[in-house]
Design a protein around this ligand. Structure first.
Ligand code: FAD
Length: 261
């Protein structure tokens, strides 16, 4: 690992001031540290944001759940308030990695990283999330831009993520047996104003499957999806699953999620 300068920021303003073209924020460190150790990434400055009180915590209001960026997966999984408001979100967090990862990894780090197989991005899409940064609010549909790419500008800090509470929702995935990352994961959410189907693991970036959502808008039942054909175009194909297999999994998990709703 190359040497770097270590900083600990006391608030968002200081964190953003310390950031540069070669810096990373240290939240859970679950991606940044292994990447640095393996020589896949190097930074001049590492800025610890875990001491910024404002970035952590869970608030539930009538219509939304707001989760601070440095809130750990285990805190989301165990939150009674989240279980009551959006139980599928707590279940998603419970299915991430292993206890060590869940007790260090953070929601902000997960969505900033935008791994194509990460779980939280599908929740952001399905639950019409708004990403609050130190500069602006970004709708989830405009946040996830491509593989490991988001709308965040250099040094822009996620402060919290606001999820809309749906009428019904469920997240179903086929986890990689080693890491628990989603080989395919499908998050179905039924809102008063429409349905979203957030899909992760299938393509290079999370997406809202508009065909599945449209079909479910007319008839919210798993049998309504029987005749939907999922195209293999743009689907990932690797040692874990072929494009055809992933396309089948998208449909199978969408049906399972609707049944679980
Ligand atoms: C063994 C293992 C198994 C895993 N399994 C899963 C799984 O099953 N499902 C899953 O979804 N994920 C999984 N993960 C990923 C993990 O859950 C973390 O969410 C992820 O590694 C990043 O979160 P972090 O808090 O550790 O971020 P860090 O590693 O600290 O940071 C990652 C990146 O995000 C940026 N960043 C961090 N916080 C912010 C912020 N507030 N604002 C702006 N940028 C920020 C940093 O600059 C850095 O570029 C796994 C990881 C490991 C190591």
């Amino acid at each position: 690992m190359k040497s770097f300068n270590y900083h600990s920021a006391k608030d968002s303003k200081e964190a953003s001031k310390l950031s540069s073209s070669s810096s990373a924020y240290l939240a859970g460190g679950m991606t940044t540290i292994p990447s640095m150790k393996l020589g896949l990434a190097s930074y001049k400055d590492i800025i610890n944001i875990k001491g910024i009180k404002k970035l952590s915590g869970i608030k539930v209001s009538g219509k939304s759940v707001i989760i601070g960026a440095t809130t750990k997966h285990a805190e989301v999984a165990n939150s009674k308030d989240i279980k009551k408001a959006i139980s599928s979100l707590a279940a998603l967090a419970e299915g991430i990695g292993d206890p060590q990862v869940r007790n260090r990894g953070t929601i902000g780090g997960s969505i900033a990283n935008n791994d194509p197989s990460a779980d939280y991005p599908s929740a952001c899409i399905a639950l019409d999330a708004i990403i609050h940064t130190n500069h602006r609010k970004i709708e989830a549909s405009k946040f996830f831009k491509g593989m490991f790419e988001t709308a965040l500008k250099k040094g822009e800090l996620i402060e919290s993520i606001e999820f809309k509470i749906p009428e019904k929702s469920s997240y179903q995935k086929h986890p990689n047996p080693a890491s628990r990352y989603a080989i395919v994961g499908v998050y179905v959410a039924k809102h008063k104003k429409g349905i979203n189907v957030g899909v992760t693991g299938a393509k290079s970036c999370v997406y809202n499957d508009k065909d599945l959502a449209g079909t479910l808008s007319n008839n919210f039942s798993s049998s309504a999806l029987d005749n939907v054909k999922i195209s293999t175009s743009g689907m990932n194909s690797d040692i874990h699953a072929s494009a055809e297999y992933r396309a089948n999994m998208v449909k199978a998990f969408a049906k399972k999620a609707v049944d679980a709703c």
